[in-house]
Design a protein around this ligand. Structure first.
Ligand SMILES: Cc1cc2nc3c(=O)[nH]c(=O)nc-3n(C[C@H](O)[C@H](O)[C@H](O)COP(=O)(O)OP(=O)(O)OC[C@H]3O[C@@H](n4cnc5c(N)ncnc54)[C@H](O)[C@@H]3O)c2cc1C
Length: 428
């Protein structure tokens, strides 16, 4: 049951998908929400390939038709792990668990849409570079506060700090940095370059996202309405072998992979190349008295299965519930539960991503194909479909932490691989 929050005031630092979703959900319930952003987002932002769990968030926000209008219908994902073999995952395997499709979206119009939705819900937007300072609670705990110059930009708050400050600043992790909080970084030290291209062959079926294993690292192809987004993810040191600039590295990595090069021999780049690095990170702490984190500012594991926006927007949903269903005196407990959920989700995503990097998933698929050939018939087919439904449900964001699905995957990767070496399919 929601508690009346009319007198509640929440300040959200960052208006990316996490911050804007939270602003919308709170403002709709009558909370006085101010969300701040410095407008420094470049036009080209990664995070264009979405997963089915997000469709349920779009429906909740009432924006699915708008997302469909600016995006591309995405029926599934194909992983090409060598020149002759691919694993094609269709979201129809998720029937009964999640919507059987997702969308690919260009980030600028997509982010603008969520922003507009938050404004329509009544949230107040404050364009500025937020300045913070360290405050102290009665118990002596260090907490973030809005600096006077930032607070002054919201005259309606009459110089009073909001009841709750939310860190939605993405990878800048403003609160954690201010308070000197630690984080665990992931094992991969990858760099990612991406750009938009035209004059290319679009993947089939239409809208399918394609992941290709490269000699080192992997690449994505994400079909958008007017372009194909091509990105590479590769170990930082290895990337240097392909050239000294991001442009040289991206183009050389495309040219040196046969399936990728054959799909776009006459490609024309129509955007600058944008680069990301060091993005695997999970914060050790995500809340304190009067503050809490949401989206990437708390953690992000890896882009391979596209969990980023799903985690950004579903964490906003979970946090909105925690705020709305409790009085401020119950927030400590509610935020602890919310962050336990967040950590468990990130752990489950990491576990899933790991079996793609280790090659286990592809060795498992080959074993399954061998079994179907040796023992054709209904039982093989039912087993295959059952496994597909669970793995798709996990990768789609609906069954990611489901104990049965996780245990099935653990069991199968441990005991279900015969005659194939996962390391032959590993992503280095
Ligand atoms: C290589 C790579 C590929 C990816 N591919 C995908 C994908 O295909 N699909 C997917 O779903 N996800 C993907 N992601 C992840 C996705 O981009 C992020 O998870 C998502 O953007 C996080 O949203 P957010 O709202 O938490 O943070 P952000 O989108 O980073 O928003 C944070 C906002 O805070 C603002 N801000 C920061 N500091 C201040 C300040 N001091 N004052 C005011 N404003 C401030 C910033 O300007 C920004 O607008 C990928 C990530 C990487 C690194």
């Amino acid at each position: 049951m929601k508690i009346a929050q009319k007198s509640l005031c929440v300040g959200i630092v960052g208006a990316g998908p996490a911050g804007a979703t939270l602003a919308c959900l709170l403002a709709r319930e009558g909370v006085d929400v101010g969300f701040f952003d410095d407008g420094k987002r470049p036009d080209m932002v990664v995070g264009e390939s979405l997963i089915p769990r997000l469709v349920t968030v779009f429906r909740k926000l009432g924006i699915e038709d708008d997302v469909a209008a600016l995006g591309t219908y995405k029926p599934g994902v194909t992983w090409i792990f060598d020149e002759n073999d691919a694993l094609e995952l269709s979201f129809t395997a998720m029937r009964g668990v999640l919507p059987t499709y997702a969308y690919n979206v260009p980030r600028k119009p997509f982010d603008d849409l969520i922003h507009e939705t938050a404004l329509k819900a009544g949230a107040r937007f404050i364009p500025c570079n937020v300045k913070l300072e360290i405050g102290q609670t009665e118990r002596g705990e260090k907490v973030p506060r809005l600096a006077a110059e930032t607070l002054a930009l919201v005259p309606e708050w009459k110089g009073k700090q909001p009841d709750l400050l939310v860190d939605a600043s993405g990878r800048r992790r403003l609160f954690a940095k201010l308070l000197g909080l630690t984080a665990k970084v992931g094992q991969r030290k990858d760099v990612s370059h991406f750009a938009h291209y035209e004059n290319v062959m679009m993947p089939k079926p239409a809208g399918q996202t394609v992941i290709t294993r490269l000699k080192h690292g992997w690449s994505w192809r994400i079909p958008l309405q007017h372009a194909l987004s091509i990105g590479v993810v590769v170990d930082k040191d290895h990337a240097r072998q392909y050239g000294s600039t991001a442009e040289e590295q991206l183009e050389a990595m495309i040219d040196q992979n046969k399936p990728l090069a054959e799909a776009c021999p006459d490609r024309k780049r129509i955007s600058p190349v944008t680069t990301y690095a060091n993005y695997q990170l999970i914060s050790d702490e995500g809340h304190g008295e009067g503050w809490v984190s949401v989206g990437d500012s708390f953690g992000f594991v890896d882009p391979m299965l596209s969990p980023g926006l799903c985690m950004a927007m579903t964490s906003a949903e979970m946090l909105a519930d925690a705020i709305l269903h409790n009085t401020p005196s119950g927030w400590d407990r509610a935020f602890t539960d919310y962050l336990d959920w967040f950590r468990e989700m990130l752990k489950a995503w990491q576990e899933l991503v790991d079996i793609f990097y280790s090659g286990q998933i592809f060795a498992l698929q080959r074993t399954g194909n061998d079994m179907s050939r040796r023992f054709p018939g209904k039982i093989s087919m039912i087993m295959q479909r059952h496994f597909e439904k669970n793995i798709s449900g996990m990768a789609g964001g609906g069954l990611t932490t489901h104990p049965y699905s996780r245990n099935l995957l653990r069991f199968m990767t441990r005991y279900g691989i015969y005659g194939h070496e996962p390391s032959d399919f590993a992503v280095l």
